[in-house]
Design a binder for this molecule. Structure first.
Ligand code: NDP
Length: 332
């Protein structure tokens, strides 16, 4: 038996998420079983836990779109007992039992070897939010390399700055030598954002409402976790030839933009998906996270909770009240 959060949906009881004792025999039919050491709480986990959006596609479901731990048992050629692994996405926690549990069974193809320099706790302090931030930054890096843009030659905007994606993106861009502007609704957290690597903090209200199709050119790059008018305004104020990496929808799923910045300034909008990203991209992201991310800054943005306390944070993360990252000690 092991402990897991279990989401059920029935006509009689409705949508429920309860901490449960689960029999190993109930684990799904994967080819690798993992002793989960740490999990985490992402925005999507908040949606699953609360049922606010239909991300869970079958019931009962163990939520948790990511985990880090050690292989207990494997019938997959790449993995053997004792291997340290990390999992992000692939529909885990949505259509396949996930990481808010002490044990998980998944397809070996979904796993990535944990870089030697990262503990399983640090991997989950990064989590899917941080790995997605790295995918965004790597998209911008490829763009800048192609365009001959050097770090420090202009400002980079990060939206949703206090969130998980935003916090890690700031730390990564700062470490790469960029001048980072953090957009946030929580200006009282300015010192925290500067300690992570932001050079300037701006009020997100400046980006939140409908704006002109072309605005003053400012950003050589943008990491956007917010969508909607914020993303439209970010595109409209990106410098000639610059790029925007869009990964989130904290403000909204809409994109009320015009083609003007694309056809008059040649800007590029990169869509970033972490869930189905191919293995090579994942391994490259985790390798650069290991190499680049300052461990003290990572710790600064991380808060630790027990498995039992994790679900209570679901509504908070959806309301934008969680700062940085939350790691879940599933064995506490
Ligand atoms: P968090 O909840 O940790 O952060 C989101 C941040 O967005 C908040 O902290 C807040 O920052 C800001 N925000 C919240 N509400 C609004 C609003 N109404 N208008 C403007 N800004 C707002 O979430 P994550 O960082 O984990 O994820 C961010 C987004 O990225 C989510 O939409 C998530 O679904 C998406 N995502 C996508 C992935 C992909 O594969 N594409 C993978 C991971 C996440 P502040 O208080 O500083 O303003």
């Amino acid at each position: 038996m092991f402990k897991a959060w279990l989401i059920t949906k029935t006509d009689a009881a409705g949508y429920r998420c309860q901490l449960s004792e689960v029999d190993d025999a109930q684990l799904p039919e994967g080819n690798v079983t993992v002793q989960v050491e740490w999990s985490t709480l992402n925005y999507k986990d908040g949606l699953a836990i609360t049922g606010q959006s239909p991300v869970v596609r079958q019931f009962p479901m163990v939520p948790g779109i990511d985990f880090a731990g050690t292989v207990i048992d494997s019938a997959h050629p790449r993995w053997q007992a004792g291997d340290r692994v990390v999992l992000n996405g692939w529909g885990v926690g949505e259509a396949w039992w996930g990481g808010l549990a002490q044990k998980a069974r998944v397809k070996g193809d979904w796993l990535v070897a944990l870089p030697a320099g990262l503990t399983s706790r640090q991997a989950m302090a990064i989590g899917t939010a941080g790995y997605t931030a790295m995918l965004c930054v790597q998209a911008l890096q490829r763009h800048w390399a192609d365009a001959g843009v050097a770090p420090g030659s202009g400002e980079v905007l990060v939206t949703g700055a206090n969130g998980g994606v935003g916090s890690v993106a700031i730390a990564l861009l700062g470490a790469l030598g960029h001048r980072v502007v953090a957009s946030t609704g929580r200006l009282e957290e300015a010192e925290y954002l500067k300690a992570l690597g932001a050079d300037e903090v701006m009020d997100r209200q400046l980006l939140a409402s409908p704006g002109k199709p072309l605005q003053k050119e400012r950003w050589i790059g943008v990491v956007d976790a917010v969508g909607s008018h914020t993303l439209a305004n970010a595109c409209a104020s990106t410098r000639y030839g610059g790029a925007v990496a869009a990964c989130g929808l904290a403000q909204g799923m809409d994109l009320p933009a015009s083609v003007a910045p694309f056809i008059l300034r040649g800007i590029t909008l990169y869509g970033i998906d972490s869930v189905m990203a191919p293995r090579a991209r994942r391994e490259a992201a985790w390798a650069q996270l290991d190499a680049l991310l300052d461990r003290d800054r990572l710790e600064q943005m991380t808060r630790e909770v027990t498995l039992a306390d994790a679900a209570a944070l679901g509504p908070q993360i959806l309301q934008g009240q969680v700062r940085g990252r939350v790691v879940v000690n599933v064995n506490a």
